[in-house]
Design a binder for this molecule. Structure first.
Ligand SMILES: [Zn+2]
Length: 123
């Protein structure tokens, strides 16, 4: 039907439940009732408030959209930037290197065991 409503800060950051400081309910005799949300933006740290029509309010409105990349990973990707043509060329010629696969496999094994170690540490 329609696009799911979301709450956004002036800077464009989506507001989710952990950013919300206060919610209220504005009942009106005439016209639509509103849900009032006061928040502090997680990106620009500014306070903001918004009224959402009751009919637009739904349980998922403050839920974070699950993403396959976590925040740390996203920051890393942002720093790396888009894949350049030079990187693609280097990768292309890298494929001619026959022990590359073996090297990658060994590296991946190391990384996998490293990731599992750090996960255990978090728990
Ligand atoms: Zn903001």
């Amino acid at each position: 039907m329609s696009v799911k409503p979301t709450i956004k800060c002036n800077c464009g950051q989506r507001i989710i439940s952990k950013d919300v400081m206060q919610t209220g309910y504005y009942l009106r005799l005439f016209g639509p009732s509103f849900v009032y949300v006061k928040f502090r933006c997680s990106r620009c740290k500014k306070l903001g408030e918004q009224f959402i029509k009751q009919e637009d309010w739904e349980d998922g409105i403050l839920k974070d959209i699950p993403s396959e990349v976590d925040q740390a990973e996203r920051r890393k990707l942002d720093v790396l930037g888009p894949i350049s043509i030079h990187e693609q060329i280097a990768f292309h010629f890298g494929l001619d290197n026959t022990d590359l696969l073996e090297k990658l496999t060994r590296q991946a094994e190391l990384q996998v065991s490293g990731v599992e170690d750090s996960k255990d540490a978090e728990r």
